[in-house]
Design a protein around this ligand. Sequence first.
Ligand code: ASP
Length: 371
Amino acid sequence: MNRACVAIVLACVLVPLMGCRASGDGADAAAARTCEWAIVLHGGAGVIDKSTPPERVREYTDSLARALAIGVEMLEAGRSALDAVEAVVMTLEDDEKFNAGRGAVFTAEGRNELDASIMDGATLKCGAVAGVTTIKNPIRLARRVMEMTRHIILSREGAEAFASSLGPDIARVDPAYFFTTRRWRVLEEVLKERNEPMPALPKGVSLSAVEPADTDPRHRDTPAGVTFGTVGCVALDRAGNLAAATSTGGMSGKRWARIGDSPIIGAGNYANNASCAVSGTGTGEEFIRHGVARDISDRMLYKRISLAQAANEVVHGVLKPDDGGIIAVSRTGEIAMVFNSDGMFRAAADSRGRLEVGIWERPEMQASGGR
Ligand code: ASP
């Protein structure tokens, strides 16, 4: 899809679906609501080279726009925020450009270990998986942990065994499915910088000559060679419910069994109908240390400030420059996309006609409404 096609998708497919109607559910939040539904997604934050060739940029913005369209259609049709965030994140997990599902980064041992979590703002129910290696869509398994167990986080073999007990509901793949040459090249760079040996190629894969090392605009993520690219989605549905979902391969060259912020409720993911839904991306250890997603929600509740204020305080006042960013939506439909890194792959839409896809500070594509 080229830029013109994306604009057509945005303008012709999405905008006619929108239209703000007065909310009639009588609750406080509904009265304050500025739109009937809203959705935001991200595909990771980091140092994203502004000299990236335009056609490469378009590949990313097209993917973001396509994933957004899936969520928009569901919310417009009255589906729940929970269903929408799961569907959007599954789409991004299947897209090898992002560091989640296929295309995930590697541990220092050359494996893909995936983390994901999902949270329902209406009930505060949540579920997560960590360190899974054969689950095609970790976010789906996280949802099943939430719905079908007494627990919140299942990890590694225990999570895989739970998946096996669910049969075909949870698609399984050989670990080689997650392999991409571009991520392997990033691992080479990271380990070289650290003076550590490169592991052998995983079984059943081969390096593709047609995938040059520099095809990913996030290769130069940080001086330390960390690769961002986590995916996440937050949404407010017509019923006034919020949900958040986040999925990741973690950080390139991470220690095996390292668990990041994405499956930690309150760190990289959080949703509460009383305040907001948040999904984070960046240096997971910092997001865990500062309980970033929960902190944004708490500031809204305790300080009675807007989502924008709370998100700015946390991303620019608590986190350090280059730690990453967040996407969020409040119970009233306020959208926030705040990052302290060079850029953040992101897209947002609401029922008032707001529609944008962005990477750097200003959105790369916009069809903004307010009718
Ligand atoms: N936050 C993720 C992690 O630390 C990485 C990312 O956002 O790309 O696992």
